[in-house]
Design a protein around this ligand. Sequence first.
Ligand SMILES: [Zn+2]
Ligand SMILES: [Zn+2]
Length: 313
Amino acid sequence: MLNRRQFLGVVGAAASWPAVGRAQAPISEWGSPVFDLHFHMRGQTAANVAHLDGAGITSANLLTRAAAGDQVRALQTAAPGRFTWFCSADPSTREGVEALTAGVKSGARGFGEMKFHLATDGPEFERAYALAAELRVPILIHFQEVDHFENEGRWSPGFASSFERMLKTYPRTTFIGHADAFWANVSADYHNEAAYPSGPIVRGGITDKLLGDYPNLYGDLSANSGNNMLSRDPAFTADFLRRHQHKLLFGSDCACTDGHGGGVSQGNNPGAARLAGKCVARETLTVLKRAASPELFRKITWGNADTMLKIPA
Ligand SMILES: [Zn+2]
Ligand SMILES: [Zn+2]
């Protein structure tokens, strides 16, 4: 691996290593450093690092319950500079709201993943949106209307009908959208008929419009939902990445063991069988690499997250 001086020596001083980036971040097999915004913490330190190393990922954002602060700090100490942290708790209880606040006070840089059977525009989520603005941290939300498993229930229901009002009502809240309903609604013909719709994208979808209209909305490209959207229509994808290049953040939500598809990558979700036996991180980085220029790739896989979260060097 080349250090920065060697790197510049090889490619010349005109090489674009954007000033906002951490010069000392390693380049990685993907050609530039990669940050995984959506990484659920695993029980063992080694298992966390194994996924990053296996998939060629420089550093990652741990998503945990707010009560997991001690484990997070132990992991951050064991693997310095490789993990930031978002905390999650149920905003319908007072304990949950207190836990979210305490999590941020003790180092969490955002709320997430917020995955609850609570309406997108209900009073519980509104409390979390207001708190995120007050604490100046982003909030990462799982939007899902179609069951993966029988009787699963909807998560943050109401994205297509009600979320825009939240973006308007909470202009100081930084929202990060994720999961099925968020990415399926990039296509204008979507009406909750499937968790992961396929085929060419119809221009003018709700999510595309919201990303364009609201500076406080970002998109987390993780999981089968993000990968599926990026894989449907290559011509659309290239244009979509270019238009929303400042608003998109790479994440994996991958549960594979080794960064190469070992173990179970998408929780045996039958709808996500297209990624069975594959590492979601690798699959999505490969799609991004193909569809985006090196400069855009670096923004989406590092620069945008660095601007938002100040990734540790
Ligand atoms: Zn999720
Ligand atoms: Zn993986």
